[in-house]
Design a protein around this ligand. Structure first.
Ligand code: AMP
Ligand code: GLY
Length: 416
């Protein structure tokens, strides 16, 4: 098969690495890809936002399967557009992508189909929001911008002043633009978070290894929220929690999209909190997580291409998910200034010094005169796999010691 990956980050590098192992693969392509991905795939000069260019390229190059990595093209309707052109696409419709792109849409879906989640109210304008906040007696409370905000549109507010400030920032100053035109006020939950991803073919789902992201910039969950600074997989769940995840989250999700007639072939990512009352759904993403994917794909023994093909053919039920009984740790190396204002253009050294069984996925690099330079916020995601979490941690951190670039930052406590 000829496969086209859309995206350029660490997640897409990991997808390319995994798909490349498939005996079903003829040629791999990536748009826009990256210097690192171009070692595995053909990367034509087509932009990720150029949907018409992507369609044309896919048709001309007889692409059998398009795999969409990031949320923006999904929310923009790329999947629908390619499907309409007769292409097979792994990545949900624009309507399905609303489950990530609009928190209101997602929460109303959860309520309608009885998925366990925090109580919430939707506030349509700043005055109404202020009134609700003044009536609110329970703190902390969570204020969320409705739309996409790169993981930054959520504020845990400890008092009325903070909640009012969030409303002013999101709805009046519009720090996330149109994403703040509505806000949600949500019950505050506590517990450990997990990322549950499953492949979905519209009618059924297949669970991937459960993982855990580390969202804050610094050790001990300090500092601002980021796209994710590291991940581990698998995360063992108690049997009762696993039952809830399967029966009340994933099965109800699949039944819900069917009932609502939302075309959904792709990954559903449930961001869950393990509260004292059981698992509660915080959010949906409609794609592979980044960096969770880098930590879970090395555990998957199955041919990923075969599984994705089963998804687009509506034949997922009956497929297996065999995984290695090992643990993966992924640590993100980020640039100085990330997430606000990352420095770019620093030379990266030591990439070749990592042992062969440590995977270095490139998230934000470019190549100039044969050298890799930093070119983003999250630069590399380094992954090691071992029999135990302790060994995997040792392995990943000893590989990282050999890698350097000016201003390099990473968390030392991934998996602790
Ligand atoms: P979201 O984008 O909705 O997943 O929120 C981002 C992060 O905010 C989550 O990973 C949680 O750490 C935190 N968060 C979101 N909703 C809640 C909630 N209801 N209670 C406590 N923390 C939350
Ligand atoms: N790591 C969180 C996400 O992919 O949204």
């Amino acid at each position: 098969m000829n496969v086209l990956i859309i995206g350029s980050g660490g997640r897409e590098h990991a997808l390319a690495w995994k798909l490349k192992k498939s005996p079903l693969l003829k040629q791999l392509h990536a748009i826009p890809g990256s210097a690192a991905i171009s070692e595995l795939a053909v990367c034509p000069a087509v932009a990720q936002a150029d949907f018409e260019g992507i369609r044309k390229y896919a048709v001309e190059n007889k692409i059998d399967l398009v795999v969409i990595g990031p949320e923006e093209p999904l929310a923009g309707g790329l999947s629908d557009r390619l499907t309409a052109a007769g292409l097979r696409v792994f990545g949900p419709s624009q309507k399905g992508a609303m489950l990530e792109a609009s928190k209101q849409f997602a929460k109303e879906f959860m309520r309608r189909h009885q998925l366990p989640t925090a109580d919430f109210q939707i506030l349509y304008d700043a005055d109404a929001a202020r009134e609700k906040i003044r009536d609110n007696k329970k703190y902390p409370v969570v204020i969320k911008a409705d739309g996409l905000a790169a993981g930054k549109g959520v504020r845990i507010c400890h008092d009325e002043a903070q909640a009012l400030e969030a409303v002013a920032d999101f709805m009046e100053k519009r720090i996330f633009g149109f994403s703040g035109s509505k806000v949600l006020m949500e019950e505050f939950l506590t517990g450990k978070e997990i990322s549950v991803m499953a492949l979905v073919d519209g009618g059924s789902y297949l669970l991937l290894p459960v993982s855990r992201d580390h969202k804050r910039l610094r050790d001990n969950d300090a500092g601002p929220n980021t796209g994710g600074m590291g991940a581990i997989a698998p995360v063992e769940l108690a049997a009762a929690a696993m039952e809830t995840v399967k029966n009340e989250v994933l099965q109800r999700f699949v039944d819900g999209v069917k009932k609502d007639r939302i075309p959904f072939c792709g990954v559903i990512y449930a961001g869950l909190m393990l509260t004292p009352e059981g698992p509660r759904l915080l959010e949906f993403n409609v794609r592979f997580g980044d960096p969770e994917t880098q930590a879970l794909l090395p555990l998957v023994e199955e041919d990923l291409l075969e599984l994705l093909q089963a998804c687009v053919n509506g034949k997922l039920s009956g497929q297996k998910m065999e995984t290695l009984k090992e643990t993966c740790v992924t640590v993100v190396l980020s640039a100085k200034g990330y997430p606000e204002n990352p420095e770019k253009g620093k030379e990266i050294s030591g990439l070749d010094a990592a042992p062969a069984d440590v995977l270095v996925f490139h998230a934000g690099t470019r190549k100039e005169a044969g050298k890799f330079l930093t070119g983003g916020g999250r630069i590399l995601s380094v992954t090691a796999r071992a029999a135990t979490l302790e060994e995997a941690r040792k392995k990943v951190y000893s590989a990282i010691e050999k890698i350097t670039f000016e201003g390099m930052h990473y968390r030392r406590d991934i998996g602790l």
